[in-house]
Design a protein around this ligand. Structure first.
Ligand SMILES: C[S@@+](CC[C@H](N)C(=O)[O-])C[C@H]1O[C@@H](n2cnc3c(N)ncnc32)[C@H](O)[C@@H]1O
Length: 271
């Protein structure tokens, strides 16, 4: 029997809560990603790790009426939410597939562009996955990725992880830190066979109303897995202590949520 995939289980678990106003940086990043890509009507786009479909929806609007988007994700529950979002938007040019980003069931050269917002860093072997993504792009086809920088969610995330560690939870570095350094991203893309790498940093942050809103984020995001590792009777004291330490960071405007984001563009070389 194959072991359950922890990333799939994590996102199946948060899918119902993923689309919420506290995490509005995800749709905001998706909109900016599609602006950077500037797809044309008629383009064929593959959105990898589509989640609830933020990029797929924005891209589908940009390529209609003749263009289409194939959108894949590991998590069936995230795809269920994407399906609802597509229906609500009245879009019929998106196909959803439950598929592993490391092994794409698409023909070589099938796409004009491949997008992946906050997804690549979940893959155990990012370079091998990127080579697979390059395979399905046509020569000259474009890649557009996002990731967070090392500043993202700081200092809130550091306080969260330190307090979890104080409660005996075995914390690990956030996965996006594998794709947080522009120079390393450029090297990764070039060694995977991409060219014309361009990386820009944009601040998508905003003020939260207070620690309660941060708490809603950790419960609905990739941090959820760490919270679940707390013993049942430790959850209330953890929450109280963590919220108290965040209260001292509040200003008149609220609690600043830094969402510094990398937009990473590249191209499959023309043959
Ligand atoms: C942080 S969410 C981002 C979702 C969406 N792109 C967005 O910007 O809102 C990461 C997504 O990556 C998906 N994912 C992680 N590993 C994957 C893999 N190996 N293959 C396909 N999807 C994967 C998860 O299921 C999850 O939906």
């Amino acid at each position: 029997m194959t072991a359950p995939n922890p990333v799939k289980a994590l996102f199946d678990g948060v899918a119902e809560r993923y689309d919420n106003p506290h995490m509005r940086y995800f749709p905001a990043a998706a909109a900016r990603l599609v602006q950077h890509l500037a797809p044309r009507p008629g383009d064929r786009i593959l959105d990898v790790a589509t989640g609830t479909g933020h990029v797929a929806l924005a891209a589908a609007r940009a390529v209609q009426p003749d263009g289409c988007v194939q959108a894949i994700d590991l998590s069936p529950r995230m795809l269920d939410r994407a399906f609802i979002n597509l229906q609500r938007a009245g879009l019929s040019n998106v196909d959803l597939h439950e598929m592993d980003a490391a092994q794409l069931a698409f023909a070589g050269g099938a796409f004009d562009a491949l997008t992946c917002s906050f997804g690549l860093f979940f893959l155990p072997d990012m370079r091998t996955a990127l080579r697979e993504w390059r395979r399905v792009l046509r020569p000259g086809g474009r890649l557009l990725l996002t990731s967070f920088t090392h500043n993202a969610f700081m200092p809130l995330a550091a306080r969260f992880l330190d307090r979890l560690a104080a409660f005996g939870v075995d914390t690990h570095e956030e996965r996006w830190r594998r794709l947080a350094e522009p120079a390393e991203c450029e090297d990764l893309l070039q060694t995977a066979g991409f060219t014309d790498v361009q990386i820009t940093t944009e601040q998508l942050g905003f003020h939260l109303d207070g620690p309660e809103e941060w708490w809603a984020i950790v419960q609905s995001s990739g941090y959820r897995g760490l919270l679940d590792a707390l013993d049942e009777d430790a959850r209330t004291p953890f929450r109280e202590q963590h919220q108290a330490e965040l209260r001292v960071l509040e200003t008149d405007q609220g609690l600043w949520l830094n969402v510094e984001t990398l937009f990473i563009a590249a191209r499959r070389p023309a043959d």
